[in-house]
Design a protein. Structure first.
Length: 348
């Protein structure tokens, strides 16, 4: 792999105590082009602008998918990835759905680990500090004919990160707009999935909510995802979450929480969760928690939800599942706890 190093680091210009999520990037980036039916020699170059023509198909037909990962540094200075093979498998699953060629496993991991070692000083130890990693692939062939591209660029960029959400979060149950439909690309991390969320989320924010809990497109009666996260509901001492389907992202944090809850003896039900069921549980005082789960945010407890013009407040729980499993997950990620499931992978 060809490596071109930046002449001087820009790390001294970064205030690591006051990071805005995903807005400052490390010194280098990984890239690899797909040309003539094959992925070419990958390379690492200084992070910076790249030249691409206005007719590139990514701009016209949305052939773009991405992933979200994190690297963590423990107190001994070792760097760890969390379940990275899940991210490699999922970006390829997303790619297949958008007619993008799959990316080779050896290229992915060699590029990722080389990049992290090269920019290792950007990964800070300490609880809450991490390196957010963004692999993505875009269609680069020039031309506006409505057909799949025959050229692509796979890239990885990295941004030092702290907490994604701060403050309390209120959510609104979707009653009109939809995130994804049956037979669509909701299960893929396709760029367009997120663009379509922005307008209804802006409307929710105007009404005092931070995020939307998306419902099924057909009936709006079943709860599926929370903003850009998977969502969990605690009714009594049972943890509920929607099953994976072609509308819901197969979240790495989601499946890890399910496993941790089962390890702890918590009753977990992976099934369709209706709006009526959750509203009824809230009215009866049986709804104890709702929280979102994702790579960027880890776990975010919600303080209330709105539906059909009514707000339902949630009471803080002394035995909060959200806080418990967030701590357990982070202890594994930061190498503070035994990793019985083999989720942690050291970058050597």
């Amino acid at each position: 792999m060809k490596i071109t190093k930046r002449e001087s680091s820009k790390i001294q210009d970064v205030d690591f105590d006051n990071l805005s999520f995903g807005s400052q990037f490390t010194d280098h980036m990984f890239q690899c082009d797909f040309v003539d039916g094959a992925w070419q020699e990958p390379e690492i170059v200084p992070y910076g602008p790249m030249s691409i023509e206005p007719s590139a198909k990514v701009f016209h037909y949305g052939q773009a998918v991405f992933e979200g990962m994190k690297a963590f540094k423990d107190d001994a200075g070792k760097t760890w990835l969390f379940r990275p093979e899940e991210n490699w498998a999922r970006i390829n699953k997303s790619s297949v759905r958008l007619a993008i060629p799959e990316f080779p496993k050896e290229y992915f991991f060699k590029g990722l680990e080389t990049l992290l070692k090269l920019d290792n000083d950007w990964i800070k130890s300490g609880d809450g500090n991490a390196m957010y990693i963004r692999p993505f692939v875009i269609a680069t062939q020039n031309g506006v004919s409505a057909s799949p591209s025959d050229q692509y660029r796979f890239m990885i960029i990295c941004a030092p990160a702290q907490a994604y959400y701060s403050g309390e979060v209120s959510v609104l149950f979707a009653e009109k707009y939809s995130r994804a439909a049956d037979g669509g690309v909701g299960f893929a991390k396709a760029a367009g999935n997120y663009a379509s969320q922005f307008y209804p989320t802006n409307l929710a924010k105007e009404s005092g909510y931070q995020q939307i809990v998306w419902t099924d497109a057909s009936t709006h009666q079943y709860l599926e995802e929370a903003g850009t996260m998977n969502v969990f509901f605690r009714v009594g001492d049972t943890l509920l979450t929607a099953p994976n389907n072609d509308r819901i992202l197969d979240g790495v944090t989601r499946k890890s929480i399910i496993q941790l809850a089962q390890d702890a003896g918590v009753n977990v039900e992976v099934r369709r969760v209706s709006v009526t069921e959750i509203v009824s549980a809230a009215q009866k005082g049986e709804l104890k928690e709702i929280f979102g789960a994702g790579t960027a945010a880890v776990i975010v407890p919600f303080k209330s939800f709105g539906h059909n013009g009514t707000d339902y407040a949630l009471t803080n729980q002394d035995d909060s599942y959200a806080l418990r499993f967030k701590k357990e997950l982070k202890d594994i990620q930061y190498n503070r706890a035994v990793d019985v499931h083999g989720w942690r992978q050291e970058v050597k």
